[in-house]
Design a protein around this ligand. Structure first.
Ligand SMILES: C=C(O[C@@H]1C=C(C(=O)O)C=C[C@H]1O)C(=O)O
Length: 323
């Protein structure tokens, strides 16, 4: 089963298994896995959603033998990443880690956690699913693409650079967001002759903010899937050149990202939308893994990058409801 909420909406949606059409699918970061949910999208009331509490005791698998990277390990790794960035003259490389949430014998009320995320992030796409023993939940507002079926307008955004809501932007974040914007402009330019680009502005997400530039372009529907596969993974979650950066990510991270930094495709009557799967966690019977990362540049401070991942993990952690 899958539950989700669209940005700026309060309605909880699910899929109705009476149809075999697949309107909701999760794509892994490396493209090797697609998790489709069959059925038409339907709205359900909060009462109906809350009727059956779903908690982590219902899950099939325990997390065993997981060794969490501590601050020192992570910072050491990032120092090597910065060396690699300089050596290869990269504008940025996005590196992540997995933060462990041990339940210490308690259980998590997943239904309530989902509702807390919906309330904390009104502008986010929030989802929660259990399928084939896998359980993931996430809440973020980055769009890889939004296609309007009626007028063939395609929208996307360049979102990067992270600081606490009360801090001021520095050169590091401003420089870090530019390659994302340039990359998106180049890809869209191949498919559209009338593209609009907005000013760059602040995008607030709970306790942190990012730099954001919006794009709008007229495209043809036949090109939609090509555009998405050229865009994904954008330098907001990977780096450029794509292949070199994807390889470097595999070498440095040493674990598969699975659905983290992948995307979720949701098709409705009017739109086909693709949401970037960030600020997300994978839940097990005894513990959860929160996936968090950030764009590393030659100017990065390893300590600040660690703090950034702590802030991002906090976005999920403070919404977790134990029972
Ligand atoms: C990689 C993540 O977030 C992405 C990276 C950002 C950054 O490097 O500043 C900001 C927003 C997201 O596009 C994450 O949340 O794990």
């Amino acid at each position: 089963m899958v539950y989700f909420k669209f940005p700026f909406s309060e309605n909880i949606c699910t899929t109705d298994s009476s149809s075999t059409k697949k309107w909701v699918s999760f794509f892994s970061f490396d493209g090797s896995e697609i998790l489709p949910f069959e059925g038409d999208i339907k709205q359900i009331s909060q009462q109906e959603f809350l009727k059956n509490e779903i908690n982590t005791h219902f899950l099939s698998f325990n997390l065993n033998g997981f060794e969490e990277e501590n601050q020192n390990d992570y910072q050491e790794k990032l120092a090597n990443v910065i060396g690699f960035i300089k050596q290869n003259n990269l504008s940025k490389l996005v590196i992540s880690r997995r933060e462990l949430l041990n339940y210490n014998g308690l259980k998590i009320n997943l239904t309530q956690t989902f509702l807390n995320l919906c309330k904390s992030y009104p502008n986010a796409f929030v989802y929660f699913f259990i399928k084939e023993g896998k359980c993931w939940m996430g809440a973020f507002s980055e769009i890889l693409g939004k296609f309007n079926k009626k007028n063939s307008q395609f929208e996307t955004m360049s979102l990067a650079g992270t600081i606490s809501v009360n801090d001021n932007w520095t050169k590091k974040e401003i420089e870090e967001q530019k390659p994302v914007t340039n990359f998106i402009r180049n890809v869209l330019g191949k498919f559209s002759e009338n593209m609009e680009q907005s000013e760059t502005y602040d995008h607030v997400s709970g306790n942190i903010k990012h730099l954001r530039t919006d794009f709008k372009a007229q495209i043809t529907q036949e090109n939609l899937e090509n555009i998405i596969s050229e865009l994904h993974p954008t330098p907001a979650v990977c780096g450029i050149p794509k292949d070199l950066c994807q390889n470097a990510i595999e070498q440095f991270e040493k674990y598969p990202r699975k659905l983290y930094a992948g995307y979720i495709k949701v098709e409705t009557e009017e739109y086909i939308q693709y949401f970037v799967n960030l600020r997300c966690a994978e839940f097990f019977k005894n513990a959860a893994l929160i996936y968090v990362g950030g764009g590393i540049t030659a100017e990065s401070s390893v300590e600040k990058e660690w703090q950034e991942t702590e802030l991002k993990a906090e976005a999920i952690l403070k919404n977790v409801a134990f029972t």
